[in-house]
Design a protein around this ligand. Structure first.
Ligand SMILES: O=P(O)(O)OC[C@H]1O[C@H](O[C@H]2O[C@H](CO)[C@@H](O)[C@H](O)[C@H]2O)[C@H](O)[C@@H](O)[C@@H]1O
Length: 376
């Protein structure tokens, strides 16, 4: 047995312990090899450290597996003094439902230019097992189309831009694919936009050959793990483990670690049951949001009100940008209490649809009123 094999099987047995420990508490966490933050968002696993410490790869893989088990964004653990329900209610007080606060949201955004940013998976479409079948409903498409008639609207996603376009099929939107590393403007004119040119920005163009190479290597190395799926998102990759038996997560993580150890210019982050591999450049959904605001001519405007709706750790970068700018707000789509920079929450995509519909009712009323005031 090789050293790597030993590491993986050690970890696998620890996973068993983990399950036991989670019901009986203790032991498991004290056996942690080296504290590692959850793999979320830009909490990248430093590849330099990784390659220097290949000999401790097993320990690292165990830490990854721990993180894979945590949800994304990280769930808030209730302190012993609070029950799960109490924690949930206190979280909802801190991040109230955007549906319940609709009137307040409409009132604070009045007179400002709203710009709408929408994540795709888990926000516009429900999470499903097969990433190739994450379709959005016709009702959701209709609502998003209507929203884009009133305000500039962008889809910001970890997916490959072409792929998300094949799901959304609305030419009037902006699309920021590959976690914002691939941005294109609408191909159909919209009255809110300045001109009709397709803004093209690719933050990581030089990484294309490397990403392609790693895609092939990962496909090859993970092909024997049932349920594992590697998705090529052009400037980044997704290694899905939603359909992989938990007992095999360590083996999968180990293969990913082995491949990445030869690519110090790539980093690993985590989404919902997915390991995401991307260039170590300082670009994320937050930067994409800023880039789009700038492109729309609102970079220095005080009269804008950006709204970003997303469900995943990678959306936190955008929530944080809005919080730091003090403009607009983020809405986290989550039914559970999670650590977030978003201001409001919505439980699931159907609530996203209701929220957007609620805004539309108000915008339609306003434009009717404007028409009447102008005697149209
Ligand atoms: O930024 P997003 O639009 O939220 O994209 C993030 C990842 O979404 C997709 O994976 C997620 O949705 C799948 C379909 O529901 C689900 O099977 C998977 O477990 C989720 O992680 C997409 O396939 C990934 O490439 C994106 O990175």
């Amino acid at each position: 047995m090789t050293r790597q094999n030993v590491a993986v099987s050690d970890c696998t047995s620890r996973i068993g312990m983990g399950r036991l420990a989670s019901s009986k508490s203790a032991l498991f966490s004290t056996a942690m090899p080296e504290p590692l933050p959850a793999l979320g968002g830009h909490i990248a696993i430093p590849q330099r450290r990784l390659s220097k410490k290949l000999e401790t790869g097993g320990a690292r893989v165990c830490a990854w597996v721990d993180s894979m088990r945590a949800s994304s964004p990280t769930r808030i653990k209730s302190p012993a003094s609070l029950s799960g329900n109490e924690e949930q209610s206190s979280w909802t007080l801190r991040h109230p439902s955007a549906l319940q606060k609709l009137e307040q949201i409409i009132s604070v955004s009045r007179g400002k230019q709203i710009v709408m940013f929408l994540d795709y998976d888990g926000t516009l479409s429900p999470i499903v097992q097969d990433p190739d079948r994450a379709f959005m409903s016709r009702e959701m498409r209709d609502v998003v189309r209507d929203v884009a008639r009133y305000v500039p609207t962008a889809i910001v996603t970890g997916r490959c831009r072409d792929k998300v376009y094949s799901f959304v099929r609305l030419a009037e939107l902006y699309y920021a694919g590959s976690h914002g590393m691939d941005i294109k403007g609408p191909s159909k004119g919209q009255k809110c936009h300045k001109g009709n040119q397709a803004v093209i920005f690719q933050a990581a163009a030089e990484f294309l050959p490397m990403i392609d190479e790693v895609y092939k290597a990962l496909r090859n190395k993970t092909s024997s793990i049932p349920g594992a799926k590697v998705e090529n998102n052009k400037f980044c990759l997704s290694v899905h483990f939603r359909c992989v038996d938990e007992k095999r997560w360590a083996a999968l993580a180990e293969q990913v670690r082995l491949v990445l150890s030869s690519y110090p210019k790539l980093k690993l982050t985590q989404g919902r049951k997915v390991l995401e591999i991307r260039p170590t450049i300082k670009w994320d959904k937050g930067k994409a949001l800023e880039f789009l605001l700038e492109s729309l001519g609102y970079g220095n405007s005080n009269d804008i009100f950006p709204i970003y709706i997303g469900d995943d750790q990678t959306d936190e970068d955008a929530f944080k940008v809005l919080r730091d700018r003090g403009q607009g707000f983020g809405i986290l789509v989550s039914g559970a209490a999670k650590e977030t920079n978003a201001t409001y929450s919505l439980q699931e995509p159907s609530e996203v649809k209701e929220f957007l519909r609620g805004l539309l009712v108000e915008w339609k009323r306003l434009s009717l009123q404007l028409g009447q005031d102008q005697g149209v």
